[in-house]
Design a protein around this ligand. Structure first.
Ligand SMILES: Cc1cc2nc3c(=O)[nH]c(=O)nc-3n(C[C@H](O)[C@H](O)[C@H](O)COP(=O)(O)OP(=O)(O)OC[C@H]3O[C@@H](n4cnc5c(N)ncnc54)[C@H](O)[C@@H]3O)c2cc1C
Length: 509
């Protein structure tokens, strides 16, 4: 009997951890966290992500120790690292099996997994990759996907093992090592305010979920859209789901239990909360729906999903516009406020993310790839399986979604009526009167002087005329989408990736 190796990836928890439970009942376990420098050095990753992962690992290590286990930390490429571990464990039967969760990741992780599969096969080591997000692998067809996802979510939660026999207790002097820093991984320091980041760990995840279901989620549907209410009104579980400090199944099952309890009550407040939780549950399903797209078509990390739009944006990329967008200097106050909030706190709500991508894609006419990578590095909850399909949907390159062009002035009027969010994050505009806070570019010279904000000096004019530039972008995209071959491809894409929900229930907002 050899050693069971649990390879931790985006599953940094004890609860509902099938690979850990399976491994623990078979013999001594090496719970491995492997830092892969080339992965961490990619532009999608930021030291704030590493900060989140390390916090989660420290807590997980404590939990494992209380059960007899520990994390073994290593840094390097997976195949050479596994080879070294296998050799070091040779006197104890080597690695008998590898246990991990399936990962719907970047192309980089897909090919690294292929290399590990080949190595494990060569060594006669079984690698068990278990599902955790309701994503099907292999995935034969979209029809029936939602019921398969619900079945996966309804399976019993995996109990925490009662005891773990750590590799260190059978191999004397086993080096566990410890977490690695950004500089050890060759990463640049983060610009995020680490104090302002959400704490990431299993205890924080459970507390956040409980608090949301105990009442914070009341009014969720109304709170979702505005950056003023969303910070507290959304569940804020995304970082935990992304790094796996909470399983989607735990979130779904706890939500279902609360919904069942509410179904017995007929008060208007309970009915309304029930509707909120239904909306929330739908979003947990969207999570799997989007991840399934990347699982089925990993190419959409780099390529347009719909080939008809190939070449439409690729030939021009205005670097100055991209920089202004990324740094929150577009001249559209809500866009700039969101970018600056994101820079410090690493989260904004869905509607604001969609608006940021829309502004980059239509009026600024930037190909989606660099904006996508920039946002990935700024979202603490970066989840490739949601991110790239969402980016493509907002950029109008899927061929199956209607073009959604967000007008930043209207979004600001609708969702930051009194300009509180704008004033907080764009201090240059703090003195601008309410009448101009959403459209400072309409102030005359005297109003600018009075507000202490001279346009072009203290705050930029909009990069382009939003209405004209967006109309042109729409025309260009609609023209290619109308071609017969494009329609044919849209039908194929819908067949492979489209939601089977009726359109009335499918508002990705
Ligand atoms: C361009 C763009 C990029 C995005 N990139 C990411 C990403 O990298 N990681 C990420 O977790 N989410 C991403 N989203 C989806 C969404 O914005 C976030 O999941 C949400 O804002 C997270 O906050 P929350 O946990 O409070 O969400 P809640 O509203 O409380 O939703 C609960 C959970 O449902 C899932 N979810 C919610 N909205 C969506 C959606 N529209 N599509 C798919 N799943 C959803 C998430 O897992 C979320 O944590 C992106 C959206 C856009 C428009």
């Amino acid at each position: 009997m050899g050693i069971q190796l649990v390879w931790l990836k985006r599953d940094l928890r004890l609860r509902d951890h099938a690979p850990l439970a399976e491994a623990a009942q078979r013999g001594p376990v090496c719970v491995l966290y492997l830092y892969e420098p080339p992965l961490w050095q990619r532009d999608e990753h930021d030291a704030s992500h590493l900060h989140a992962v390390n916090s989660a690992l420290v807590e997980l290590d404590e939990g494992l120790r209380s059960l007899g286990g520990r994390i073994t930390y290593r840094m390097g490429r997976p195949v050479p690292t596994l080879r070294t571990l296998h050799a070091a464990l040779a006197d104890h039967g080597g690695i008998e099996a590898i246990w991990s969760h399936q990962e719907t990741g970047l192309g980089w992780t897909f090919s690294r997994d292929r290399a590990v599969t080949a190595w494990a096969r060569e060594q006669g080591i079984a690698w068990h990759q278990l599902g955790q997000d309701g994503v099907c692998r292999p995935h034969p067809r979209r029809d029936g996907w939602a019921s398969r996802w619900t079945e996966a979510m309804a399976r019993p939660l995996v109990p925490v093992p009662g005891r773990i026999e750590d590799v260190g207790s059978v191999v004397s002097g086993w080096p566990h090592h410890g977490p690695r820093t950004a500089s050890e991984l060759g990463m640049a320091p983060t610009t995020a305010d680490l104090q302002a980041l959400q704490p990431v760990g299993e205890a924080a995840a459970i507390a956040l979920l409980d608090d949301f279901l105990a009442g914070r989620g009341r009014g969720y549907r109304q709170a979702l859209s505005s950056p003023n209410s969303a910070w507290n009104g959304c569940s804020r579980l995304s970082v935990h789901l992304a790094w796996g400090t909470l399983s989607t199944r735990t979130a779904w099952q706890h939500t279902r239990l609360t919904m069942r309890a509410l179904q017995g009550s007929r008060t208007p407040e309970s009915r309304s909360f029930l509707d909120d939780l239904e909306a929330f549950e739908g979003r947990l399903r969207w999570r799997g729906h989007f991840m399934q797209k990347l699982e089925d078509a990993p190419r959409l990390e780099h390529e347009n999903l719909h080939h008809a739009v190939d070449g439409v944006r690729e030939r021009v990329f205005d670097d100055a516009k991209f920089q202004a967008w990324a740094e929150g200097r577009t001249g559209w106050p809500l866009v700039d406020a969101c970018m600056r909030a994101l820079e410090r706190e690493r989260w904004v709500n869905f509607r604001m993310r969609a608006m940021l991508m829309s502004v980059a894609s239509y009026p600024l006419w930037l190909h989606w790839r660099r904006p996508a990578v920039h946002l990935a590095s700024r979202f603490l909850d970066f989840e490739p399986g949601i991110h790239f399909p969402q980016v493509q949907m907002q950029a109008g390159t899927t061929g199956i979604n209607s073009l959604q062009i967000y007008d930043p002035d209207k979004q600001a009027r609708d969702h930051d009526r009194d300009g509180a969010f704008i004033r907080r994050w764009v201090p240059e505009l703090a003195g601008v009167p309410d009448a101009f806070i959403h459209v400072p570019y309409r102030m005359d010279r005297v109003s600018q002087q009075r507000a202490g904000c001279v346009l072009g000096r203290d705050y930029p004019l909009p990069l382009v005329d939003h209405r004209r530039a967006s109309a042109l972008a729409r025309r260009k995209l609609e023209e290619v989408r109308r071609r017969a071959a494009a329609r044919e491809e849209s039908r194929d894409i819908h067949q492979r990736h489209g939601s089977r929900m009726p359109a009335s229930r499918r508002r990705w907002r």
